[in-house]
Design a protein around this ligand. Structure first.
Ligand code: E4P
Length: 218
């Protein structure tokens, strides 16, 4: 399973990259705003800055909501850097744009997916990635993990190449459950990656190994 980090914070992206297990980055307009990145030139420059830190795919979201605007924006984003993947919302014009980008060799991430039907449409339109938002489904007492399982089954039934990018990951158990279900990618905060490191028996065991070593080597 690929690990993406879901942030526009350059320090956190660099920290995840230095860990050596990062495969890419997802951003969205809210995450960009959180970092205070505003204005077209600054936004485009920030995407390039992110690409220069990581080796993998970087999702950059269009803000247009009609077909022509999405195509114009997406083509501009894709030209910025070869690592850019154009993020397109799951709306009617978004599906048309996914098909256009797919036909023109531009990689895409279909975002704001909350149902198996939406995921099926995204795959039919040739999306590179589909992003089911499991944390936001959990927030409204709906089983987000069940959606991942449904999409996995549908994509496997028809050998769709669209990769399932489990998004809106909130914690380490989401990561583990998505891995069990065969999600291709997960995107979450830095804590959902570094949290996987932690086990008290590891800390206790290491402390004992080092104490025993010091006894015989001091
Ligand atoms: C996906 O690409 C989105 O940026 C993201 O995962 C949304 O997560 P949130 O529900 O924590 O905002």
């Amino acid at each position: 399973m690929k690990f993406f980090i879901d942030t526009a914070n350059l320090d956190q992206i660099a920290e995840a990259q230095q860990l050596g297990v990062l495969d890419g980055v997802t951003t969205n307009p809210s995450l960009m705003a959180k970092e205070g990145i505003t204005g077209k030139e600054n936004i485009l420059k920030h995407y390039v800055d992110i690409c220069n830190i990581v080796e993998g795919d970087v999702s950059a979201e269009v803000v247009a909501t009609e077909f022509d605007g999405m195509v114009k924006e997406g083509e501009e984003l894709a030209k910025l850097h070869e690592q850019i993947v154009v993020k397109v919302p799951m709306i009617k014009d978004g599906v048309k744009a996914l098909k256009y980008f797919s036909d023109n060799g531009i990689r895409t991430n279909c975002t704001l997916v909350f149902s198996a039907g939406q995921a099926l449409l995204a795959a039919k339109a040739g999306a590179t990635y589909v992003s089911p938002f499991l944390g936001r489904l959990d927030d409204i007492s709906t089983d987000g993990l069940n959606l991942i399982a449904e999409i996995r089954q549908i994509y496997d039934n028809y050998a769709f190449e669209t990769q399932i990018l489990a998004a809106s990951i909130r914690h380490t158990m989401h990561v583990i459950d998505c891995a069990k279900l065969g999600s291709d990618v997960m995107t979450g905060p830095l804590s959902s990656i570094t949290g996987l490191l932690k086990h008290p028996l590891t800390d206790i065991g290491l402390e004992k190994f080092l104490a025993d070593y010091r006894k015989g080597n001091s």
